[in-house]
Design a protein around this ligand. Structure first.
Ligand code: FES
Length: 573
């Protein structure tokens, strides 16, 4: 049997003479000052995602130092390399549009360069999924570490934090409840330190899900970015990466269909971001695994929300760390998890849960019989307005709107919505349902987080706080409201949302999982024959064209079809 080359001998540049390739590579790497002894060690790549445009990754330089220390203590040679870094507020048109590019960049750099294992430093929303998609496809031993959440801040003695409070205060400013000076003061304090958003947004969700998938050392999801604990965790991650290299434990052996079900279970129990489902579908697709959405919905009915964190609850991520991180969650979920799954520790999830630290009294993580929300956080909707499925985060919505019928007020695009939503002449009432089209992966493009359609100013000023809103877009994990998302197929390719017209009646019935456009089939057929796609891909160029031509729909993770595993057929239990 031919053994896989190790260290510097891996993935030699192709000059037609492997010995020459190694000789040349060695000559060049020596320019960095390495000795032959250093170069003989297992090489651990470290993905450097520091960027001046990414405050969520402000601590990456310190993390790299800690990871390097761990690698060297364990006898490896750490080598850092850069990839794309994405921050939510610094990615036009949306970070989701660029997630697949980051995944491709990361995968190709892992495959192109000589490393025996890789440490992935992610953090901000799209970075962790992009890296897991890449690691799943590159299939060398990989281990995740996240930058960790920011600390919570304060405004006039009230605790605040990005980004649930960002939206709450902005809604108050829009309604006239607070003035410009106050919102400016709040802006200074919403993000008081480096690190990811301090609530159960997408970044925190993906950190928790990554730990549940088994791709992160236990205890790593909730440690705040600026604590010494975070650096110790990074050091331990570096050391473990060296062992992973010799054991050859690859993501494909860790991220199985059963592990994916554990990730989905964690997503539900933490009241996680709806974006997490899309990212998990994309990661699963890289390994030939499909998510069974009916099973996921069933799982939702039996998995209560255990964590009392914003936006579904009241605490912040630094509170979750003080409460023991995910340890109490794993303890509560134990009977519902697939315990035989392997983790990056080389042990099973059962072994990890068996050795968790002793529980102590705390208020952030509830027990399964005293949950924050009993019915599961996310429901999967069916019906003629949700052909391939749509979802709603019921734990962040208004209970009185979970069964609601209303008149559609339609916006043709994000731009149309932005132009008209605050028009005093907009014909809209509190009981109406706001519908936004062309917000999906191709329509916008990039499926922006515009699904959180603001309450029209004239209603907000009357004190209206929530309305039913429907789109084929996404919503930030930090947002809240009775908001139906990810309606597929998206309207830009003629999905059911494209057929809705102003004044149509729509019925939402979350307990029965139904989303129905109350228009007869003949009329819908007439509208369908009139549909024309808004964008001609031939008019586009570059990555935008690739994206438009290849991106798949939300239920498959908005990945590029050609990046999914060639084999398929496994489904989550
Ligand atoms: Fe980076 Fe929220 S903006 S995690």
């Amino acid at each position: 049997m031919v053994s896989t080359p190790k260290g510097m001998k891996r993935h030699l540049t192709n000059y037609g003479d492997p010995d020459f390739s190694l000789y040349l590579r060695t000559a060049f790497i020596k320019a960095m000052g390495y000795t032959g002894e250093a170069l003989d060690r297992p090489i651990i790549g470290i993905v450097d995602t520091y960027s001046g445009f990414n405050p969520c990754h402000a601590t990456v330089p310190q993390l790299i130092e800690a990871i390097k220390r761990g690698v060297m203590l364990a006898g490896g040679l750490p080598i850092t390399f850069p990839t794309i870094s994405l921050h939510e507020s610094f990615a036009y048109p949306t970070s989701m549009f660029l997630r697949n590019l980051m995944a491709m960049d990361t995968e190709e750099m892992i495959k192109a360069q000589p490393m025996d294992a890789v440490v992935l430093i992610g953090g901000c929303d799209k970075t962790v999924p992009a890296q897991l998609m890449a690691a799943a496809s590159a299939d060398i031993p990989a281990i995740s570490v996240v930058t960790g959440p920011m600390l919570s801040g304060s405004h006039r003695n009230e605790r605040i934090g990005a980004c649930t409070d960002c939206r709450r205060f902005w809604a108050q400013y829009r309604s006239g409840a607070i003035d410009r000076g106050t919102i400016d003061d709040i802006t200074d304090n919403l993000v008081p330190s480096g690190g990811t958003c301090g609530v159960m947004g997408t970044a925190s969700t993906m950190a928790c899900v990554t730990e549940a998938l088994g791709m992160m050392l236990p205890g790593g999801a909730a440690i705040p970015a600026v604590l010494a604990d975070r650096m110790r965790h990074a050091e331990q991650t570096g050391a473990r990466a060296v062992a992973l290299a010799s054991e050859g434990l690859t993501p494909a052996r860790i991220i199985t269909a059963e592990a994916m079900a554990n990730g989905l279970r964690m997503l539900l129990a933490i009241g996680g971001s709806t974006n997490g489902i899309i990212h998990l579908a994309a990661i699963a697709g890289r390994l030939g695994i499909d998510i069974d959405y009916e099973a996921f919905d069933e799982m939702g009915r039996e998995t209560p929300v255990l964590i009392d964190l914003k936006p579904s609850g009241s605490y912040y991520m630094d509170d979750l760390h003080r409460a023991g991180g995910l340890a109490p969650v794993f303890r509560e979920l134990r009977p519902l998890l697939n315990l035989d799954c392997l983790t990056v520790t080389g042990r099973t999830l059962k072994e990890e849960i068996d050795t968790l630290p002793e529980p102590f009294t705390q208020e952030v993580v509830r027990t399964i019989d005293r949950p924050v929300h009993r019915g599961g956080s996310i429901a999967v909707l069916k019906g003629n307005l949700a052909g391939g499925g749509a979802i709603i985060k019921q734990s962040a919505g208004s209970p009185e709107l979970m069964i609601h019928t209303g008149k559609a007020v339609v916006f043709e695009s994000v731009e149309d919505m932005a132009q008209r939503i605050d028009d005093p002449n907009l014909e809209v009432e509190e009981s109406d349902i706001l519908v936004m089209k062309n917000c999906g992966p191709r329509g916008a493009p990039g499926m922006p987080e515009a699904g959180y359609i603001p309450i029209p100013k004239k209603l907000a000023r009357q004190g209206v706080k929530d309305m039913v809103r429907i789109s084929d877009g996404r919503m930030s994990g930090t947002a809240f409201g009775t908001i139906v998302l990810h309606a597929t197929p998206e309207s830009a390719i003629g999905g059911p949302l494209a057929l809705v017209e102003n004044g149509d009646m729509i019925s939402l019935d979350v307990p029965n999982r139904q989303l129905t456009l109350l228009v007869d089939d003949e009329e819908l057929e007439r509208r369908r024959t009139r549909f024309k796609p808004a964008v001609d891909p031939a008019s586009l160029r570059g990555y935008l064209r690739l994206y438009h031509e290849q991106v798949n729909q939300a239920e498959r993770g908005c990945d590029f079809d050609f990046m999914r595993a060639a084999r398929s057929g496994t489904t989550t239990p």
